[in-house]
Structure formats: structure tokens, C-alpha cells
Design a protein around this ligand. Structure first.
Ligand code: NAI
Ligand code: MG
Length: 356
């Protein structure tokens, strides 16, 4: 029997609630399929760890994660710890340390979930956003001088490399090629940003020649928000920089019904290191401990994890169970229902057990 080692890092806020739900669904799947087993080790890293130890994770944290097949991550963020500390202390060191350069964010309207867009239902919005996840605007390059003085300066330098842009572009074209519509939209801002963004456009055109069967077009990021809102059906696979895709994927999540259903996978396509799977949302301290966090984003990312591990049948079974439950109207309050995290999770586990 195949056997996978999973590192669970629930971390902050609703992270522990949704990761517990995700593990319950994964357990139901492993039991049902019988073809694989998951060995899960949980790590108590995050803001509580920071309050005790002054760091979000131990110094050898990423070293310890190397032994795992995948990382199942909740969320970071606490009201009393600055966001740049929580993010740069845990999530980004894992993404960057493991060179998880492809951040893959599928979005579609699940049955039973209403899009805020009038007249748009399941089938009208089915996208995958590929976000460059290793450089760009989040390279961490910059600095501050003359702190606190009137002449203080702060710089945040976006870094784009030919290697970095080429590899994410190939990943996106390959993904578009694997989807039925074979359609890719490359997003930049190459009118106002005339160096790195123009290089993106040029590299896109070069890589496109390797994929003659993929239809592709270009959009400026501001116009892209309009197209996503007014012509969702005209899009399929989308590739954009770290910052642009971060923003566009929050919009995508909202257009598909809620941030609570949006998943993400931080992938090292070369499989040198474990990849990391997480819901897109943050720690949501406004609903922490209330038992109403939507676990669907976490189920969906668990499905991405199974796909990556080489268990496509279990991955599909999990998504089918999720869609069955949303279609039945068993929904948490963020998507208009009254169900709790536990009720949705139990329903999904039951759907897994009873599926043919
Ligand atoms: P957030 O994603 O935590 O919450 C935004 C809104 O969506 C809130 O009203 C929340 O209740 C709702 N929401 C989010 N996930 C939900 C779910 N599963 N079920 C139901 N409702 C859900 O973003 P916010 O409030 O801007 O940030 C809170 C903290 O999370 C901050 O410290 C932020 O830095 C951090 N954060 C961390 C991320 C990560 O770990 N990857 C990503 C985004 C934010
Ligand atoms: Mg974001």
C-alpha cells in the first residue's frame, strides 16, 4: 500500500478548525479507497509559538519539513502580531525555501453556491490562476532609510528574472494545454511598467511557440478585473505575477461565492521539495472559535494535494463529495447557509463513504 507523510501546520485563527476538518475528510478517503495511507505529523508553529519563542517556527523548521511528501497548511495572522512577521516568519520561508514557484489557484462556481454576478452559474466561471510564487513584487527586495524622519524612504523592488518568468510561463502553458479549452491569458501591466513587465510579455510570446495548440492572449491587470467581472466565460487558465495574481485570485474567490471555498497549491514542479497546500483565506479572527469556518477551501486544496501525490481517483472522489454536499444546500453562513464546520465536514465524509 502506498504511504504518504504529511506535515500539518494548522497555525492561527480558523487554521486549526479547517485543517482538522480537512484531515477528517482525508482519513475518510484513505479508509474508503484502501489504496493509500496517510501518516500525519502536526506542528504547533504559528503565532502562539511566536509568543512563547519569539519566532514563528524553530530555526531548523524548513529542514524538518524536507522529510515529508506534502505540507497541509492552515493560515497565519493574529491581531497582536504584525502581519509581515507572521507571513515572513512561516509561510513565505516555506514557499521560497522549497522553491514552490507555481501557485495554482483553481476557481469555479460549485453547485448550490451563488455567484454575486447576476446570471452567472456553475459552468460559466471555471478558471485556474497560476501565480508566480518565488519572485516579482514579493521578492522581499528593498529597504528603508532615515526611519522616522520626514525624509524617510521605503523601497519595494520587484525582481523578475528570465529563469523565473520562463519557468512559470511553461508551467501555465502546460496546464492550459491539459485543460479542455486550451486557453491561456497572460496578465501584465506592460504599459506603465516598461521593464520587467515588457520582459514578461516577450517571454510569453517565446514560450507560446512551444505550445502551438494553446490559444493565448494578453491583458493588462486593470482591464483584467473588468473582464473577470463582465465576461467570466471568456477566461480559462490565467498566469500573472506574484502581486497581480494575489489580487486577482481574491476577486476570483469572491466571484465564485466566497473566499471560504478558494484553494491554493504552492507547487515545486520539479519535486525537489515538498509542495504546500492551503486554503487561500487567512486566519479570519472575526469568526475564530465560532465553529462556522467554511472547510470547503481546505477540502479542495486537500484534493489538489492528492492529485499532486499521484492519487487522482481519491482527489476526484473528494471533489465529487464536496459538490454533492454543496448541491444539497449544506452550506456555512459565508455562502448563505446555516451549517457549521462540523456539519459540512460530516456530510462530506458521509458522501465519501456512500459514493459508488
Ligand atoms: P481573511 O481571509 O482571514 O478573512 C476575510 C473575510 O473572509 C473575513 O470576514 C472572514 O471571516 C471571511 N472568511 C475567510 N475565510 C473564511 C472561511 N473559511 N469561512 C468563512 N468565512 C471566511 O482575511 P483578513 O481578515 O484580511 O486577514 C486576517 C488575517 O489573516 C490577517 O492577519 C492576514 O494577514 C492573514 N492572512 C493570512 C493568509 C495566509 O495565511 N495565507 C492569507 C490572507 C490573510
Ligand atoms: Mg491574498
Amino acid at each position: 500500500m502506498k504511504h504518504y507523510r504529511i506535515a500539518a501546520i494548522p497555525a492561527d485563527g480558523i487554521g486549526p478548525e479547517v485543517i482538522a476538518a480537512g484531515l477528517q475528510a482525508l482519513e475518510a478517503l484513505a479508509r474508503r479507497d484502501g489504496g493509500f495511507r496517510l501518516e500525519v505529523e502536526s506542528f504547533d508553529w504559528g503565532s502562539d509559538y511566536y509568543r512563547k519563542h519569539g519566532a514563528m517556527m524553530p530555526e531548523d523548521g524548513t529542514e524538518r519539513l524536507k522529510a515529508f511528501d506534502a505540507i497541509f497548511f492552515g493560515a497565519v495572522g493574529a491581531p497582536d502580531v504584525p502581519d509581515h512577521i507572521t507571513l515572513w516568519g512561516l509561510r513565505l520561508p516555506i514557499c521560497q525555501g522549497f522553491d514552490q514557484y507555481a501557485n495554482v489557484r483553481p476557481t469555479k462556481i460549485l453547485p448550490g453556491i451563488r455567484s454575486p454576478l447576476a446570471g452567472v452559474g456553475p459552468g460559466d466561471l471555471d478558471w485556474v490562476i497560476v501565480r508566480e510564487n518565488s519572485e516579482g513584487e514579493y521578492a522581499g527586495c528593498g529597504g528603508r532609510a532615515h526611519r522616522g524622519l520626514p525624509e524617510e524612504v521605503g523601497t519595494e523592488v520587484a525582481i523578475f528574472t528570465r529563469v523565473g518568468v520562463t519557468r512559470i510561463m511553461r508551467y501555465a502553458f502546460r496546464l492550459a494545454q491539459a485543460r479542455p479549452r486550451k486557453l491561456l491569458t497572460v496578465v501584465t501591466k506592460s504599459n506603465a511598467q516598461r521593464h520587467g513587465m515588457v520582459m514578461w510579455d516577450e517571454i510569453a510570446a517565446e514560450v507560446a511557440r512551444e505550445f502551438p495548440d494553446v490559444t493565448w492572449d494578453k491583458m493588462l491587470v486593470d482591464a483584467m478585473t473588468v473582464r473577470m467581472t463582465l465576461k467570466p466565460k471568456s477566461l480559462d487558465t490565467i498566469v500573472a505575477t506574484n502581486l497581480h495574481a494575489d489580487i486577482l485570485s481574491d476577486l476570483a474567490g469572491a466571484l465564485a461565492g466566497s473566499l471560504g471555498v478558494a484553494p491554493t497549491a504552492n507547487i515545486d514542479p520539479e519535486r525537489r521539495f515538498p509542495s504546500m497546500f492551503e486554503p487561500i483565506h487567512g486566519s479570519a479572527f472575526d469568526i475564530t472559535g465560532k465553529g462556522i469556518a467554511n472547510p470547503i477551501a481546505t477540502f479542495w486544496t486537500a484534493s489538489q494535494m492528492l492529485e499532486h501525490l499521484g492519487e487522482p481517483a481519491a482527489a476526484a472522489r473528494l471533489m465529487a463529495a464536496v459538490e454533492q454536499v454543496t448541491a444539497q444546500g449544506i452550506l456555512t453562513p459565508d455562502i448563505g447557509g446555516t451549517a457549521t464546520t462540523r456539519e459540512v465536514t460530516d456530510a462530506v465524509c458521509e458522501a465519501i463513504r456512500s459514493a459508488n
